[in-house]
Design a protein around this ligand. Structure first.
Ligand SMILES: [Zn+2]
Length: 163
């Protein structure tokens, strides 16, 4: 009998078993240190509606806040691997924070593998996030995979449609 060679799929650092990962709030005096696992900043348009954030949905007449002429707000997310926390955390970025992070990246530099410290500007509540570069992860294959964001957002923003 002829032996057939089949390829296995090796993955040393799979995403956590459950992909719902905490979105870490960063308080005025907090400092969050970790390594970015995200390849890109994943972002969505949202509305402040009924006392909470809801995702803006596509389609003519399908988004209640749009029908009510409520403005849109962008929310971006990066995932960080944190020492001693196997699942890591998501960090929400405003447009201003996104711009700060981009400014701080060198031209053409990969987001994934960047080792950063995140604080709030002037240690003020709700001030823009500030990033400090602590270096790069020497071997990004050892860094956990960035989990899927959607299960976390479903938990955070609710699965129900806004109509
Ligand atoms: Zn909308």
């Amino acid at each position: 009998m002829k032996e057939r060679k089949v390829d296995w799929v090796r993955e040393d650092n799979p995403s956590p078993a459950s992909s719902v990962v905490k979105v870490q709030k960063i308080g005025a005096t907090d400092t969050l240190v970790g390594s970015i696992t995200s390849e890109v900043i994943e972002g969505y348009y949202t509305h402040w509606w009924g006392g909470r954030t809801v995702p803006h949905v596509k389609g003519e007449g399908l988004c209640s806040p749009c029908l009510a002429k409520i403005g849109m707000r962008w929310a971006g997310f990066i995932h960080l691997a944190i020492p001693g926390n196997g699942r890591g955390v998501w960090v929400e970025l405003t447009l201003t924070a996104r711009d700060e992070l981009k400014k701080f990246l060198e031209k053409g530099e990969a987001l994934r593998g960047l080792h950063v410290s995140i604080t709030r500007e002037g240690r003020r509540l709700r001030a823009p996030l500030q990033f400090q570069r602590l270096g790069r992860v020497s071997d990004t294959t050892k860094l956990i995979r960035c989990p899927e964001l959607r299960p976390t957002l479903d938990r955070l923003w609710g699965k129900s449609e806004s109509v």
